[in-house]
Design a protein around this ligand. Sequence first.
Ligand code: UFG
Length: 341
Amino acid sequence: MDDKKYIIVTGGAGYIGSHTVVALRENGFYPIIIDDFRNANRDIIQRLEETLKEEVIHFSISCQEKSRLSGIFSQFPIYGVIHFAAYKAVGESVKNPLKYFDNNFSSLITMLELVREYEVKHFVFSSSCTVYGDPDEIPVTEDSPVSYNSPYGFTKKVNEEMIEQFISSVPDTKAVALRYFNPIGAHASGTIGEEPEGIPNNLLPYITQTAIGLREELTVYGDDYNTEDGTCIRDYIHVVDLAEAHVAALKYLPKSKEHMSTFNVGTGKGTSVMEMVHFFQEVTGKHLKYHIGDRRDGDIPKIYADTNKANDLLGWKTKLTVQDAIRSSWKFQEFISDYRK
Ligand code: UFG
């Protein structure tokens, strides 16, 4: 009997997924990556294998291909599923909501069907602080009002509710939804990190691409917000700390008395866009060209997490700083620019 703890990691070739694969393996779990590489480079597998110094189990399958996925669930005794695979660009979701509804709803339904059929006991869902919309009170707790301001946010909110309703129908299965704040940074090796396709939407990839010469200059989207320096404030969490939260969730689930629980995964600290710009220059010694532009549609002025629940119940807290994240992202940018030449 194979008593290894196999964990299905959908979207395991992606940014957060790949770091979680490393954290899982380092903590004695056996990740099985399910990813059709629609939003990831296939060479991530090789880089993961070099980092872990062993083969990584992976299958190039979409989360909607149920019969092929069934083959994997019948081949391995699955201890848990971590479901990352989803579309995640807020702006694109506004332009093409059906693409988001199709993928983000049907992938989750397929995974939950497999959880039920193969009696998988532990399910971890990748949610987002986007479910808090533009909060009236900060920091946000898990009990803060939930809303959405994009089709993407809508899919995350509804996905959480779908899991909650589903999980009551499978008494032996428990679920956790992790609401990520803003993940940044890269693995300390500098060989695994965030590699956006085309022009980056997110702040730190835009900064590193500008500093390395791929982009002309950073536009700071507005400096007339009601914050100390006028730029927006976010809770930037190191992706390696975020990956560890998934391990903590898997260890928590068997002990949990709740069928489904939700956790904020952030640092509890806010950092402004201009602070990020200054930190980047301090940490790397690079000059960053930037200018102040108009506000970006849909941006909220300020959000950061109350992390007490995750700290207390998951026994997890962040260990790395924004400066650590910037340092590792820059190392990754230098590596990947050279690698792609
Ligand atoms: N920003 C700039 N210039 C850029 C890019 C970003 O000034 O070129 C600013 C944004 O205006 C914002 C901050 O940097 O104030 C962070 O922006 P990101 O795009 O990096 O992150 P967001 O907070 O907008 O979005 C993130 C995730 C979404 C998720 C959302 C939840 O990318 O998937 O958090 O609030 F939905």
